[in-house]
Each structure stands twice: as structure tokens, then as C-alpha cells.
Design a protein around this ligand. Structure first.
Ligand SMILES: Nc1nc2c(c(=O)[nH]1)N[C@H]1C(S)=C(S)[C@@H](COP(=O)(O)OP(=O)(O)OC[C@H]3O[C@@H](n4cnc5c(=O)[nH]c(N)nc54)[C@H](O)[C@@H]3O)O[C@H]1N2
Ligand SMILES: Nc1nc2c(c(=O)[nH]1)N[C@H]1C(S)=C(S)[C@@H](COP(=O)(O)OP(=O)(O)OC[C@H]3O[C@@H](n4cnc5c(=O)[nH]c(N)nc54)[C@H](O)[C@@H]3O)O[C@H]1N2
Ligand code: SF4
Ligand SMILES: [Mo]
Length: 715
């Protein structure tokens, strides 16, 4: 409880008080970036704002470089402080909030009158607080009446979510607290590089032997007991092969299979055909290494299988995760204390962002939009008739791809994403955005997407606002305000309110106080899978560790304690059993050929976050990773006439990106790697393709076919 005592002390400071230069004020809050949501203490005094790590369970006093430097985001040069509206001369010019919101509402009315409510789209983000994500979904369905809303989480963990729901009946990234990992003996990490993407998580993994599956020898793989290095896009075959070996070498947990699962036989029939030598031919992973992986994993009393984007961001990501879940189930891991399967969710509110209704097919509480009883419950909370709620809309890429086309949206409102850099086929998506009749972007920095907007709305960021976030272990956390927003920046909740009332909504229907929105979210989520009804700001501020589901079954001392560990008594399907999936390997949408002889894969570096809109503006981070680069094996580089430091063009069937060559001797010779954080001609997404997973609609960010050549003109 010690960190909570600290938290409570800081809450008193957090309330209405806002720092002045003369006094030092401090709040306990969380890092603005990733899903680990490291606990921080944010202080302001003498004109400076500083971040220090807190003794919070997930980071235990640690922070990564991004967390340490987060205060630099608050007054970054270029910070948006007043609304901007594009005039008839094509230039963005400052405007009052009244004028900006009037312009938006007026144009939305015209577009809706001419083309119907689905001509307006909304694109949200997994960085939004729970309150904002909830309000955005309600705003789209009620104030705009559109079905066309989705968000960037579709690009993130949607394949793991789809597989988790199918297997367990419920999707919570980690169904156990992060700290449980600390007592594991063996952890298999499939396509995750937490040493760079969640560095403080590594302290929970240091007691275990790690098995890392990654085409690259990452800093995470460097610490592993065993590193399997498959070709990109072949994890499904590898997981089938590991299952094959687990069964044939006698590691099946028959008691667990009988008592807790269903469907093993059908899954096994597929895996039976994936004998180790066949898997080696497809993946390039030697049979001996597969055997060793199974020996380690099956030999441990306490073992975990965890997936990251490397296994998930594929046109078969859902089946790939399902194959890893099949392996975990065969070994009897999920739903037992000290073992399990989990997905390392990525964005700051990647977990909460997928529960409150900004997803195309979803209503708050992780309810489904197509379910009549879900519609009735939520419609009653919103004070509308269930028939007024639109049905499911297009998924993120499909929504972006349809913008400005026949039958596609003609207006888009973006809250918390920068698709000009982060969406696949980025050049096409930028063209689609330019073709709109109206693009509105709410942001606190002029992102590449904001630069294309007709109206830019300056919003508050983490240290300037209150709210809640849900971290990768399903724990609900408080974001607390320390500073007054600069200039005229307003909260996203104010923006939604302002547009909604101009579209004729009752002002009381779109409150602007986060606590009030949270109270409504509690009611809307009541009885849903992600039930927050027992969670309150008061309980969180008192330092309680509340993981959903947390129903409001009782008050006071008897209040529901939340659910740090799911599935211990049964899985969330009606019969309580986990389901094996019958999955089969297939190739990526694109494999190397004569014209494009190499695999390209994409991912992250430590210093930058996502599209880089935020971190490229932090001097220390920009200095650590200043420009686009491509990792290439020295032999491959030589074959293609490239040297260390040379400018290269990486070309796919979609286009080309420019990057500086880094020779990496530990990389596969058939694979190059590019981070996706950079802008302009260095965008990795200029080459990625739009193949989608049929179930999750996740794009295939992690593999496409390319050639690489010297860029004569330089970078
Ligand atoms: N520094 C930093 N940290 C972040 C973020 C960030 O942008 N920067 N973003 C946050 C977010 S939103 C997310 S989603 C997480 C992502 O966290 P991770 O999943 O750890 O990140 P990635 O780098 O996208 O992918 C992980 C690894 O997958 C490997 N990989 C590529 N292709 C394949 C493949 O076909 N199979 C396998 N097995 N592996 C493959 C890559 O080489 C890479 O090392 O990070 C979060 N934390
Ligand atoms: N090639 C390739 N592409 C990828 C990936 C990959 O691995 N490879 N990974 C994908 C993944 S996992 C993800 S999560 C996406 C992420 O990609 P994006 O969706 O582009 O994510 P960010 O760069 O975080 O963009 C968030 C934007 O919203 C702003 N913002 C932050 N908080 C708020 C807020 O509260 N309100 C408002 N209004 N704005 C806010 C930020 O300033 C920033 O401009 O990228 C995907 N794209
Ligand atoms: S690991 Fe994630 S939450 Fe922690 S400091 Fe780094 S970016 Fe922030
Ligand atoms: Mo993500």
C-alpha cells in the first residue's frame, strides 16, 4: 500500500489547485505514452515541470527514456494553443473557438443533409482516456448518428482480442497482474520486444528464462535463454510445430484438457501435419531449437506465453494468436495462478480504449452493437431509442480507404491518431484524407494528419486533465491534472460538447467534467463484460488497485474488490470451458519474388512513440533517433550495393521509402527492418500493404515483399 499512501497525499494537491511559478505542486499520475502506464510523480515549481518515477507495481521506480523526458511534451515548440481554420486562400488561420466550432457544425449539417449521416466518419485512438473514448462513441452514434467510427486500436491488438474472445470468451490483454510474471520460470515472448517497447516490464521478466520469437536479434532476444528467428509471417507454422512437439513428446496436460477445455482434437488434427522438419522448411527455425523451446516451456511449473505485435500484425494474426493459445492450453497454462497466456497491449489506454465503444462494432462495457439486449441497455443510459443507434461500421483501414470515394464518408473527425504516418499504404491514405470535404483534427501538436485538416482544434494533454486509463493488466488508473492548459487549449470532452450542442443535442447529454462522464460510463458498462460499475474516482483516489470486471454489487467494506486474475474458476464462455481453435498455416499476402526478393518488417525503437508526432518534438529523443533507418544484413547489403550509413530506397509494389542503412549481422539475410516513427519520404508505411485479417481487420504491418537499392539522391 505504500505507493497508494503517497498517491492519496498527492490527490489533495491535484484538485482545483493549479501550479503557479512560485510554489511547487506535485501530483501522482501516469506516463503519457504506453500501456504499461508507469506510475510517475509530476512536479511543477520555479517555472519547470519534472517527471520522476513512482513506486508503482508495474514500474517499481523505473521509467524509460520517453517517460523521463515526457515533461518536454508540455511546452514543445509548435504546441497548438488556438483553433485554426483553413480559409478560402487555402491557409490555416487562427480562429475563435466559437468560429471554429460553428464552422464544423455548419459543414457537418450540409454534408449530412446532402449525403446522409454515414457521410461523416470518426477516427479515435487508444491513447484517449476512458472518459473520452466513451464520449466519442456516444457522440458518433447519438450526435452524428453515424455508423462510421473506428480507431487506431484496430492497428494494434485487435487480432489478439479476436483470438482471446474466441478462446476464453473475454479479452483482457493480461488476465493477471504484471507482477505475477515475476515468479515465472519460463516466458515465451512471440513477436514482442519489451526491452525497447516497455523497458520497466523487463524487471518482471528477469527471473525467468525467456524464449523469444523474433526475426531480429532484438535487445530482448539478447537477454533470452533461447531465440527463435523465423521468417516474418511464419509464426503460425511455428506455433503449430511447437504444439506438434508438445503433444508428441508427451507434454499434453490431459487432466486440464478434459476439465477446462473443448476442441482439442480438431486443433490437434491440423498440428499433427506440422511435423518439425516441415516447420523448419517454412520458418527457417532449426528443429533442435523448437525442441528446446518445448522442453523449456513444458518443464516449467510456472510458465507464460505472451504475444506482441510481431505475431499479431498479420493478415492471419488472429489465427496465429489462436495457435499460441492452443499451445498454452495444451500445456495447461491459462486460468491457473502463476501461469497463463497474455497479449502485451500497446497504447496508453489500449485496453480501456477497446472497451467503451469507439470501435466500429461495439458499445460500452465491451458490449456488441449487433446484440439487441446490449443496444437496449446502452440506449436507455443514453436516453435514446435502441432503433436510433446505427449498426456496425467499417473497420479502421477500410474507413480510411473509403474516405471521399463513392459511398464513403465525406467528412472525418480525428481524435488521437496520426494515420498519415501510421496507417498502411500511407500515401493512399493521405490522398483519401485530402479528398474530403471536411477534415477536423483535435490534437495538441501539429501532426502530419493535422497539417491536412480544414479545422485544427487544440486540446489538453495528460498533465492538464483529469480522467482514467486502463493499463495492460486491466487495472483502472487515475490521470491527474497539475497544470493549466496553455493558451486556449480545451479538453476533447469540451470539443465533443461544443459540436454536439451545435448539432441540436441537449447540453446535459454531453457533459464536460471527466468525473461526470465516468459516472455515466459506470452505468453504461454495468452488466457488460468490461463492467466498471463498481469503480469510482473515490475508490481509485483512495489507492485501491481495481482491475475490471468490478461490478457494483455492494457498497463500502463489502464493495467488489475487482478481478486481478481472471479465469481461475472458469473461462468466460457459458460452459466455462476454453476453446481450442482449428487453425491452419497460410502464407502472408505477399511473399518475396524476383522483383521484390526480400521480406520487410516494421516496428519500434526505444526513443520514439508510434507515428513520432510527440517524440520527434522532444529534443533528447530526436537526438537519440534522428532519422529513418533500415536494418540490413551485411551480406544482403553487399548484394544490393549498400554500405553502412548509405541512403537506401526500400521499394514494394505500393511505393518506396528512404532510409539510412544500418548493417546488422544478427538479422536474417532475407529480411530488412524499418521503424515506422518517421515522417515524409521516410515513412515505413509508404511500402506496407493493405491485406487485412478476415476476422480482426488488422492490416499486415509486419510483412511485405521489397527490394532495396542505393538512393542516388541521398536522404
Ligand atoms: N519505444 C516504444 N514503445 C512502445 C511504442 C512505441 O511506438 N515505441 N508503442 C506502444 C504500442 S502502441 C505497442 S502496440 C507496443 C508494441 O510493442 P512490440 O510488439 O514489442 O513492438 P514492435 O516493435 O511493433 O514488434 C515487436 C517485434 O516483432 C518483431 N517482428 C516483426 N515481424 C515479426 C514476425 O513476423 N514474427 C515475429 N514473431 N516477430 C516479428 C519485430 O522485429 C519486433 O522486434 O509498444 C508500445 N510501446
Ligand atoms: N508499419 C507499421 N505501422 C504501424 C505499426 C507498426 O508496427 N508498423 N503499429 C501500429 C500500432 S500498434 C499503432 S497503436 C498505431 C499508432 O499510430 P497512431 O494512431 O498514429 O498513434 P500516435 O502516433 O500515438 O498518434 C496519436 C496522435 O494523437 C495525439 N494525441 C495523443 N493523446 C491525445 C488525446 O488525448 N486527444 C487528442 N485529440 N489527441 C491526442 C498525439 O499528439 C498524436 O498526434 O500505429 C500502427 N502503425
Ligand atoms: S515504459 Fe511506457 S509507460 Fe513506462 S515510462 Fe516508458 S513509455 Fe512510459
Ligand atoms: Mo499499438
Amino acid at each position: 500500500m505504500s505507493e497508494h499512501a503517497e498517491t492519496t497525499a498527492a490527490v489533495a494537491l491535484a484538485g482545483a489547485e493549479v501550479a503557479t511559478a512560485a510554489e511547487v505542486t506535485e501530483v501522482a499520475t501516469h506516463c503519457p505514452y504506453c500501456a504499461l502506464q508507469c506510475g510517475t510523480r509530476l512536479a511543477h515549481g520555479g517555472g519547470r515541470t519534472t517527471v520522476r518515477p513512482a513506486q508503482f507495481p508495474v514500474n517499481q521506480g523505473g521509467l524509460c527514456q520517453k517517460g523521463w523526458t515526457a515533461a518536454a511534451l508540455l511546452d514543445t515548440p509548435g504546441r497548438l494553443t488556438q483553433p485554426l481554420v483553413r480559409g478560402s486562400d487555402g491557409r490555416l488561420a487562427p480562429a475563435t473557438w466559437e468560429a471554429a466550432l460553428d464552422t464544423i457544425a455548419g459543414r457537418l449539417r450540409e454534408i449530412r443533409a446532402a449525403h446522409g449521416p454515414d457521410a461523416v466518419g470518426v477516427f479515435g485512438g487508444g491513447g484517449l482516456t476512458n472518459e473520452k473514448a466513451y464520449q466519442l462513441g456516444k457522440f458518433a452514434r447519438v450526435a452524428l448518428g453515424t455508423s462510421q467510427i473506428d480507431y487506431n486500436g484496430r492497428f494494434c491488438m485487435s487480432s489478439a482480442a479476436a483470438a482471446g474472445i474466441a478462446a476464453f470468451g473475454l479479452d483482457r490483454g493480461l488476465p493477471f497482474p504484471v507482477t505475477d510474471l515475476g515468479s515465472a520460470e519460463v516466458i515465451l515472448l512471440a513477436g514482442a520486444n519489451p526491452a525497447e517497447t516497455m523497458p520497466p516490464l523487463m524487471r518482471h521478466l528477469s527471473g525467468a528464462q525467456l524464449i523469444v520469437i523474433d526475426p531480429r536479434r532484438t535487445p530482448t532476444a539478447e537477454t533470452a535463454a533461447l531465440h527463435l528467428q523465423p521468417a516474418p509471417g511464419t509464426d503460425l507454422a511455428l506455433a503449430l510445430g511447437l504444439l506438434h512437439l508438445a503433444v508428441t513428446e508427451g507434454h499434453t496436460d490431459h487432466g486440464y484438457l478434459n476439465k477446462r477445455t473443448t476442441g482439442f482434437e480438431a486443433a490437434w488434427k491440423r498440428a499433427a501435419a506440422w511435423w518439425p522438419e516441415r516447420v523448419e522448411r517454412v520458418t527457417g527455425v532449426p528443429v533442435a531449437e523448437m525442441r528446446e523451446a518445448v522442453r523449456l516451456l513444458a518443464g516449467a511449473q510456472r510458465a507464460y506465453v505472451l504475444t506482441g505485435r510481431g505475431a499479431e500484425q498479420h493478415s492471419k494474426g488472429t489465427d496465429t494468436v489462436a495457435a499460441f493459445i492452443n499451445l498454452a492450453l495444451t500445456l495447461g497454462l491459462p486460468g491457473r495462478e502463476g501461469s497463463g497466456y497474455g497479449c502485451l497491449t500497446g497504447q496508453g489506454n489500449g485496453q480501456g480504449g477497446r472497451e467503451h465503444g469507439q470501435k466500429a462494432d461495439q458499445l460500452p462495457g465491451y458490449r456488441m452493437l449487433a446484440d439487441p439486449s446490449a443496444r437496449a441497455h446502452v440506449a436507455a443510459v443514453w436516453g435514446v431509442s435502441p432503433d436510433e443507434l446505427p449498426g456496425p461500421g467499417r473497420s479502421a483501414y477500410e474507413l480510411l480507404d473509403a474516405l471521399g470515394t463513392d459511398g464513403g464518408p465525406r467528412a472525418l473527425l480525428v481524435f488521437g491518431s496520426n494515420p498519415v504516418v501510421s496507417a498502411p499504404r500511407a500515401a493512399r491514405i493521405a490522398d483519401r484524407l485530402k479528398s474530403l470535404d471536411l477534415l477536423v483534427v483535435a490534437d495538441f501538436v501539429p501532426s502530419e494528419t493535422a497539417e491536412l485538416a480544414d479545422v485544427i482544434l487544440p486540446v489538453t494533454q495528460w498533465a492538464e486533465e483529469e480522467g482514467t486509463m486502463t493499463n495492460l493488466e486491466g487495472r483502472v488508473l487515475r490521470r491527474r491534472r497539475l497544470l493549466a492548459p496553455p493558451g486556449e487549449a480545451r479538453s476533447d470532452l469540451d470539443v465533443l460538447h461544443g459540436i454536439a450542442v451545435r448539432l441540436g443535442q441537449d447540453p446535459g447529454r454531453f457533459p464536460t467534467a471527466p468525473r461526470e462522464v465516468f459516472e455515466e460510463l459506470r452505468r453504461a458498462s454495468r452488466g457488460g463484460k468490461a463492467d466498471y460499475s463498481g469503480i469510482s474516482y473515490e475508490r481509485l483516489d483512495a489507492g485501491e488497485a481495481l482491475h475490471w470486471p468490478c461490478p457494483d454489487t455492494a457498497e463500502g467494506e463489502d464493495a467488489h474488490p475487482g478481478t486481478p486474475r481472471l479465469f481461475l474458476d472458469g473461462f468466460a464462455h457459458p460452459d466455462g470451458l476454453a476453446r481450442f481453435a482449428e487453425v491452419e498455416h497460410r502464407d502472408a499476402a505477399e511473399t518475396p519474388d524476383a522483383d521484390f526478393p526480400l521480406y520487410a518488417t516494421t516496428g519500434r525503437v526505444l526513443a520514439h512513440y508510434q507515428s513520432g508526432a510527440q517524440t520527434r518534438r522532444v529534443p533528447e529523443l530526436a537526438a537519440a533517433a534522428p532519422e529513418a533507418f533500415v536494418e540490413v544484413h551485411p551480406d544482403t547489403a553487399e548484394r544490393h550495393g549498400l554500405r553502412e550509413g548509405a541512403a537506401a530506397r526500400v521499394v514494394s509494389a505500393r511505393g518506396a521509402t528512404l532510409a539510412r542503412v544500418r548493417l546488422v549481422g544478427s538479422l536474417r539475410t532475407d529480411t530488412v527492418f524499418l521503424p515506422f516513427h518517421f515522417t515524409g519520404a521516410g515513412r515505413a508505411n509508404l511500402i506496407t500493404g493493405a491485406a487485412l485479417d478476415p476476422r480482426s481487420r488488422m492490416p499486415e504491418f509486419k510483412v511485405c515483399a521489397v527490394r532495396i537499392e542505393p538512393a542516388e539522391a541521398g536522404l
